[in-house]
Design a protein around this ligand. Structure first.
Ligand SMILES: [Zn+2]
Length: 261
């Protein structure tokens, strides 16, 4: 497994979720007003410049990849954590979900012979014959985790109304811990956010360094986000920051711009 490294391994330019954000912004007729919209934010990490964590971003090449299907305004929300998966895992794709239109690139990805897609969703919603509890072993294909990134109601709709997902295995998760996601008011201990789900998938795929990097990055992002919202001090020597530092490799400021085409 490749070690966790820094920025140079990731492709130049904005990542998949940042591109979806730009597309969604371009498609909207009126400006999207997020909570805390009056805050000036870094275009890459979405935190105020005083709390920017771009210089610490870990990149963890992994055998597994991610395909994020995004609910309508998910890419616009500064609390979206699918963004953090795209930060850390180079092989991450993101698509805006629509019931009536399917991006040809999404179909191409799901049928690409190098990938073995799994939909990650509570197994009780799927026929038992589709349910797996870990990636299906396959010597020739890499696991691709399809995450339905939106509100719970959007995710259920995506699961039910996407014909291209109907024949894929459904991977359920059995967490042995509570969710640490505290960025949205609706957050509950048993509702895991997308980044946490991503880290669990990487663990199940045997990509422990990538799982650890994503989990650590999520921890630091959450801490800084809450601090920027006035819910905690800005500490540069926090446990969360030390954990990201300890991932190994030197870290460098990000070179890319989320605003670039
Ligand atoms: Zn930043």
């Amino acid at each position: 497994m490749s070690p966790v490294t820094q920025e140079p391994f990731s492709p130049p330019g904005p990542h998949a979720v940042a591109r979806q954000r730009a597309l969604r912004l371009a498609a909207s007729s009126k400006p999207f007003v997020a909570r805390g919209a009056n805050l000036q934010r870094c275009t890459n990490c979405r935190l105020p410049p005083t709390h920017c964590i771009c210089a610490l971003r870990p990149v963890a090449p992994s055998n597994a990849g991610f395909c994020l299907l995004l609910g309508d305004i998910e890419a616009l929300k500064p609390t979206n954590t699918g963004w953090l998966i795209a930060d850390v895992v180079p092989d991450t794709w993101a698509f805006g979900w629509s019931r009536t239109e399917v991006d040809p690139a999404l179909n191409a990805l799901l049928t690409d012979p190098q990938w073995q897609p799994h939909v990650v969703f509570p197994p009780e919603y799927a026929a038992p014959s589709r349910v797996v509890s870990a990636p299906v072993p396959d010597d020739n294909r890499r696991p691709l985790f399809v995450l339905l990134d939106g509100t719970w109601s959007e995710a259920r709709k995506m699961f039910r109304k996407s014909p291209y997902l109907q024949n894929l295995p459904v991977m359920g998760l059995h967490p042995d811990h509570s969710s640490q996601y505290r960025l949205r008011r609706s957050a509950q201990d048993h509702h895991f956010c997308t980044a946490e789900i991503g880290a669990m998938c990487l663990d199940l795929a045997g990509d422990a360094p990538a799982a650890d990097a994503l989990d650590a990055w999520f921890g630091l992002f959450s801490e800084r986000y809450l601090s920027a919202r006035g819910q905690g001090p800005l500490r540069v020597d926090s446990e969360a920051q030390r954990r990201v530092h300890a991932l190994g490799g030197i870290t460098r400021p990000a070179q890319r711009s989320a605003d670039a085409p």
